[in-house]
Design a protein around this ligand. Structure first.
Ligand code: GLU
Length: 452
């Protein structure tokens, strides 16, 4: 297979959510797996709703997810290409001017519905004579332009849904150009996909009807066989069953980031959800790419559950080796010889990454151990029995075995007062790993109830 070229084409009209991230990731990981190119294209021809700050925020979100486009394009800068395509379509008789107002179209639709007919545009404008058009224009009406569909069965072999077809006879001729001359999404998308030699379009199944129209457009502009391949993935719904929307900001990537969810977990969840494999943590986007198999994606709606993502995020953290955490630890001054053993000791107890700094204070900073008056004698004896430095991985078991012997305590009675005094917490990482990091001096002071 030649190197594929794929693209993610958000309209910058809001913050991207996990469903959009799914589309972005399926494309970029497909490119990664098959050594192809991944294009980020902002579909910003709707000047009213598109905003530069949304585009910038989408770039930040993608970068946070680890998605690096090979090329970034903005449709607003490519109008001359669309104009040229429109000229060719007009010349071929595939683009025709229409003058109905929104109200007139609505009235036609109601009438059709009342007669039990499908609400398909009746092509009345095709029948207008040059004089009739001139008369309408003289009234101040500006035309919008529709693409003349072939009204045929359009077939494609969908990489996710398998053999697919749509009867374009059941669709209205789509408006490609608004009365103000601006382009709707349909034509620019096809022109750009042709111009960029996009070979596969992976997008949500809400675009299936567009695909049929666009295949006709690809052929009108590029000839038979000009259309790329298509893969339509299922859409994500929230746990309560609602769809996700860019406009409401539901489950936005930025919101998940602020909640401390790991980027790699968001990526894994976005890709794995609704596939036959259960959600599982991955060590890298590369691993996620190697596991990607479009044919394995399920066709039924996938429910997104935040609690599941949070659990996956914690499991993702638990699996990070030191290298994966080093830079983020260093950014908070967790450096030096202790940093690696510290990370390995505490990672399994983290819910979100920032929890790590509470544990760093336990091993490297000061804590005030809670008062345990009933245990003071036992804790003083424990302090006296602490083995000499250097403490190592065996110190804890040697020390507590000796304490068990001398105090006659065991189980919780033995361990709980020690954990509370040493860490100030009811639970946490293995003390065998923490004790050498806390060190003898701090441990001894805390066992004696001092702030240390
Ligand atoms: N701008 C379109 C959207 O956000 C792109 C669809 C496509 O991938 O072609 O839905």
């Amino acid at each position: 297979m030649p190197h594929p070229i794929v693209r993610f084409a958000p309209s910058p009209t809001g913050a991207i959510h996990i469903g959009n991230a799914r589309t972005a990731l399926l494309n970029c990981l497909y490119a990664e797996k098959h050594h192809g190119d991944f294009i980020l294209r902002f579909d910003d021809t709707d000047a009213e709703r598109s905003r530069e700050d949304y585009a910038a925020a989408i770039e930040v979100d993608l970068a946070w997810l680890g998605i690096v486009p090979d090329l970034t394009l903005r449709q607003s800068a490519r109008t001359s290409l669309y104009d040229a395509a429109a000229v060719r379509l007009r010349a071929a008789g595939r683009l025709y001017p229409c003058y109905e107002t929104a109200e007139e179209l609505e009235r036609k639709r109601r009438l059709q519905q009342a007669r039990g007919r499908p609400p398909v545009y009746d092509r009345a404008a095709l029948a207008l004579s040059a004089q009739e058009r001139a008369a309408l224009e003289a009234q101040g009406r500006r035309p919008h332009w529709r693409f003349l569909l072939d009204r045929k069965t359009v077939r494609w072999d969908d990489l996710i849904r398998g053999a697919s077809h749509v009867e374009t006879g059941s669709l209205s001729d789509p408006v490609l150009i608004r009365a103000d001359g601006s382009y709707l999404y349909t034509l620019p998308s096809v022109v750009d996909d042709l111009d960029c030699k996009v070979s596969l379009v992976i997008r949500g199944e809400d675009h299936v009807a567009n695909t049929a129209v666009q295949i006709e457009l690809f052929e009108a502009l590029g000839g038979e066989g000009a259309a790329p391949r298509f893969a339509h993935h299922n859409l994500l719904a929230s746990a309560s069953g609602e769809g996700l929307s860019k406009r409401t900001g539901a489950l936005s990537i930025g919101g998940l980031r602020e909640a401390g969810v790991e980027a790699l977990a968001v990526a894994a969840c976005a890709v794995q959800i609704g596939s036959s494999a259960a959600l599982h943590p991955v060590a890298s986007l590369r691993q996620l790419a190697s596991e990607l198999d479009l044919a394995q994606l399920s066709r039924s709606q996938a429910r997104f559950d935040l609690a599941e993502l949070e659990a996956l995020s914690a499991r993702t953290l638990h699996g990070f080796d030191f290298e994966a955490a080093r830079e983020r630890l260093a950014a908070h001054d967790v450096v030096g010889a202790k940093a690696e053993p510290f990370w390995l000791a505490v990672r399994g107890n983290l819910r979100v990454f920032l929890d790590v700094f509470d544990w760093w204070r336990v091993v490297e900073g000061e804590i005030a151990p809670p008062e345990q008056p009933a245990e003071s004698e036992f804790l003083a004896a424990a302090a006296a029995a602490l083995p000499p430095e250097p403490l190592d991985a065996t110190s804890w078991s040697a020390w507590t075995a000796a304490l068990k012997e001398s105090s006659g305590r065991k189980g919780r009675a033995l361990f709980h007062p020690l954990r509370l005094a040493l860490t100030g917490r009811e639970d946490g990482p293995e003390l065998a790993a923490l004790l050498p990091l806390i060190g003898r001096v701090r441990a001894s002071a805390r066992l004696r109830g001092r702030v240390a």
